[in-house]
Design a protein around this ligand. Structure first.
Ligand code: PLP
Length: 385
């Protein structure tokens, strides 16, 4: 089945719930059994059976089966957030004394989890790489390297890594690979088909698509997901709630057409921005040869560098009317953020200057509004800088 058909039908059997067109929410904490043999059987098949909702729940399972099929994986486990999915997936492969290679433009909390938490508490060593050249990864590989963590395109500067090349290298050296595929969504990129071991998502973004749920997913082989279920999912207990799974299932119904629209509107807005003398640079991976090789489309998150200073960046986002100021993305609504606001709190003036981050950098997420209205909004906001 193609993605749109998987989303509409896969894993659903209406005769199980009286023909209702929409599957019900199984809003229960536990499951009961008719006799001792039945519960005995369930315990023999813990990772699949319905025993207790911290483990499995039919509403969550329906979402997991659909997302596994969308990512061309064998199995999927949902978590209470993207970060619990990411930290659980990393913990699954890493132990004290191990070494991890990670791309340097990875999502900030993932980087901090590796260095500040695993590094400081569990003596895990991390080397950061740009990730666009295999040579750099080869140079950083050590005898104790167990994991290569990637995010392509990355959500900050949209850096791309050649997933097939890195997966082949990692396999030959018995190193596990994880890709955060949130930016592309399973509609535009499927890292598992390129040989990557594990895909993670913040489902709070495109998969849900309505800015009303925080959740995350890990997709991989049956073997890895079963082990992840028995260990990190069961022990840390960061399970997804049935109602939230139902909301994500509902949001998922329109994922392919939303992605198409996000991309189309974004390209239109970028074309407009290119005509403005107030625009210095646009960051969007569409022309990146690596992205062109391994992706079938692009999303709605990009950045624009305006010819202005930190004050101008603040004035610009304050002036926008249809773009709300906010940090997340992937929903129906357009968003704007000026990273200089948080960076100037986190970094000293000296470090900020050394980082090379332009104060006029604005991150825009293009939602589902009419692109012509969004262009008019940007046009009037550009007037204030
Ligand atoms: C690329 C990426 N990965 C992971 C996360 C974390 O997901 P969550 O906020 O659902 O924990 C985010 C959130 O912004 C993200 O942008």
């Amino acid at each position: 089945m193609k993605p749109s058909t998987i989303i509409a039908h896969y894993g659903e059997d209406r005769k199980d719930y009286h023909g209702a067109v929409v599957p019900p929410i199984f809003q229960n904490s536990l499951f009961t059994f008719a006799n001792a043999d039945q519960i005995d059987d369930a315990f023999s098949n813990m990772s699949e059976a319905y025993i207790y909702t911290r483990g499995n729940n039919p509403t969550v399972k329906m979402l997991e089966e659909k997302v596994a099929a969308l990512e061309k994986g064998e199995a999927c486990k949902f978590f209470s957030s993207g970060m619990s999915a990411i930290s659980s997936a990393i913990l699954h492969f890493v132990k004290t004394g191990d070494h991890v290679i990670c791309i340097d433009s990875v999502y900030g909390p993932t980087s901090n989890f590796l260095t500040e938490y695993l590094g400081k508490k569990f003596n895990v060593a991390v080397d950061f790489v740009k990730g666009n050249a295999l040579e750099e990864i080869k140079r950083k590989t050590k005898d104790n390297t167990v994991l290569i963590y990637l995010e392509s395109p990355s959500s900050g500067i949209y850096a791309c890594q050649d997933l097939e090349l890195i997966a082949n290298y990692a396999k030959a050296h018995h190193i596990a690979t994880i890709v955060d595929n949130t930016w592309a969504s399973p509609i535009f990129q499927n890292p598992l088909s390129m040989g990557i071991d594990v895909v993670v998502h913040s489902a709070s973004k495109y998969l849900c698509g309505h800015s009303d749920v925080v959740s995350g997913a890990v997709i991989s082989s049956k073997k890895i997901i079963k082990a992840l279920f028995m260990e990190e999912h069961q022990f840390l207990g960061a399970k997804m709630a049935p109602f939230e799974a139902w909301l994500v299932l509902r949001g998922l119904r329109t994922l392919p057409i939303r992605m198409e629209r996000h991309e189309k509107s974004t390209l239109q807005i970028i074309e407009f921005l290119k005509t403005s003398p107030k625009v210095k640079e646009i960051l969007y991976p569409k022309d990146n040869p690596i992205a062109m090789k391994q992706m079938s489309g692009f999303g709605g998150l990009f950045s624009v560098v305006l010819n202005t200073d930190a004050k101008g960046a603040r004035n610009f986002i304050d002036q926008l009317k249809l773009f709300s100021i906010g940090v997340s993305w992937g929903g129906f609504e357009s968003l704007a953020y000026a990273p200089i606001i948080s960076l100037s709190k986190e970094l000293s003036q000296e470090k900020l200057e050394a980082s090379g981050i332009h104060p006029g950098l604005i991150r825009l997420f293009v939602g589902l509004e009419d692109p012509e209205d969004l262009i008019l909004d940007i046009r009037q906001a550009l007037e204030v800088i």
